[in-house]
Design a binder for this molecule. Structure first.
Ligand code: PLP
Length: 462
């Protein structure tokens, strides 16, 4: 073992790695530097970042404007208690108001997406007494804490439940997953049953306070809903007096082409949570935004919530810097152009690789769903495999790409294609060439059917 490897081993021996058996947390890659759409390990090898780390480094690495804002804030006022106002927070609120969907006027600031959702839960439950139930969906992730895990649908909830680390009163609704419709139907003959069923569910359950949804499901599939889905959901929520919470932790910040994904359907949620791209991931910030209707309740009632690091000046100062960088980038036209190019290239991959069952996404937010059989849509892996130690086909493909200089996240049966919004068409071509080769691993194990891949985004796009 080299000296450097020993040092890493010492580090992992003394830390808890995330979401893993600790035996598997032994030799993470040591990343020394990152710039633009690349990161570099300690041996100087470069890796193209095709997932924006955890779908958060939307502006790429080493953005000078944001770094400068952080430096200046660190020298001026690195911390002050949240009971005081600070200039970084004033500027952050101004910046947010310039990009938030109309109607979302009041903000709470924390330091992560999980905390943003925790604050949303408190807003919902404090303001909706006696209603308390939250409806979520199986294909979802909303956070790591006890409440966040409770309304998460994916297998990370199973662990939390087994350990009784959960909150009561969460119900799960059918997913809006056209490739594997839970009702066995096809769009548009389905009449968007996944949305209309919510009305039945709310009325039969009783005491429902809110529905929490990722506008485009992130980690759990990049599921783009049909254009009718959110207008139907909004109507149901209005008619049944249930709050609509949009978790835009991953879909916010131009990831899907708009500042916030709900804008694709002209639907305003009652509460919008976001984090990740809010600062381009240069500082940790979580934002819970509420409409006047929700916020007004707390004018005379206690908003019984807070953190030592709420409104943390260093976290906050990156928000206005990031907002101005996003505006410049969008005005340049680059993200719109590169998103179209990316889509085309992904469709071409599906024409070449039979292990791709479905291609779907929007903007810079795409999934390649990997299957063993295109006809039956049989997957290589099931949800339970994620933590059981069974090797995942997607992990094998992503592992091969990594060896060849491309970092790409994978989750159960999908590859996460979500590069920084600054990526150029030429860089996309380079990345796609690596993925093209890595997909041969999947092709070697497919049952050949000769039928084309499905393109869910073709019929679900707003
Ligand atoms: C949709 C969504 N909500 C919440 C979270 C939790 O955010 P964080 O990891 O910043 O706590 C995530 C993280 O990936 C997410 O994708």
């Amino acid at each position: 073992m080299s000296k450097a490897e020993k040092k890493i081993r010492e580090f992992t021996d003394h830390t808890f790695g995330t979401w893993n058996r600790q035996k598997a947390w032994s030799t993470p890659l040591l990343i020394k530097d990152a710039e633009g759409v690349y990161m570099y390990d300690d041996k100087g090898k470069s890796y193209m970042d095709f997932s924006s780390q955890l779908m958060c480094s939307n502006l790429g690495h080493k953005n000078k404007i944001i770094i400068e804002a952080i430096k200046q804030q660190a020298e001026k006022l690195p911390y002050i208690a949240p009971g005081f106002a600070n200039e970084a927070s004033l500027a952050a609120v101004d910046a947010l108001r310039s990009v938030m969907p109309e109607g979302l006027n009041k903000f709470f600031f924390s330091t992560s997406g999980t905390e943003a959702n925790e604050a949303a839960l408190k807003m919902v439950r404090l303001s909706k007494i006696p209603a308390y139930k939250i409806i979520s969906r199986y294909h979802s992730y909303h956070g790591a804490t006890v409440a966040g895990a409770a309304f998460t649908g994916d297998p990370r909830r199973w662990f939390a439940e087994q350990a009784r680390c959960t909150v009561q009163g969460v119900r799960f609704a059918p997913d809006c997953y056209c490739y594997r419709c839970p009702f066995g139907k096809e769009y548009p003959e389905c009449n968007i049953q996944c949305a209309t069923y919510l009305d039945y569910m709310i009325k039969e359950e009783g005491n429902v306070a809110a529905i929490i949804v990722e506008p485009v499901v992130g980690t759990n599939g990049r599921l783009v809903p049909p254009p009718e889905y959110f207008p139907i959901l909004r109507k149901i929520c209005d008619e049944t007096d249930v709050l609509l919470v949009a978790d835009e932790v991953m879909t916010g910040w131009f990831r899907t082409g708009k500042a916030f994904a709900m804008e694709h359907w002209n639907v305003t949620p009652d509460i919008l949570t976001t984090a990740k791209g809010a600062t381009g991931a240069y500082t940790p910030a979580g934002i819970t935004a509420a409409t006047d209707k929700v916020a007004g309740f707390f004018d005379e009632e206690v908003f019984c919530h807070g953190h030592t690091y709420a409104f943390h000046p260093i976290a906050m100062c990156a928000i206005p810097a990031a907002v101005s960088e996003y505006k410049k980038l969008v005005a340049s036209g680059l993200p719109e152009k590169s998103a179209g190019h990316l889509e085309k290239k992904l469709y071409e991959l599906a024409d070449r690789h039979e292990c791709i069952g479905d291609v779907r996404g929007i903007g810079h937010f795409w999934a390649l769903e990997i299957v063993k059989n295109r006809k039956t849509r049989e997957p290589f892996n099931v949800k339970a495999d994620k933590f059981s130690g069974v090797p995942l086909m997607t992990a094998k493909i992503a592992g091969d790409a990594m060896k060849n200089g491309l970092y790409m996240a994978a989750w159960i049966d999908t590859l996460v294609i979500a590069p920084p919004l600054i990526i150029t068409e030429q860089e996309i071509d380079q990345g796609i060439a690596v993925i093209d080769k890595a997909l041969e691993i999947g092709d070697r194990e497919v049952e050949s059917t000769g039928i084309p891949a499905s393109r869910s985004s073709d019929f679900t796009r707003a």
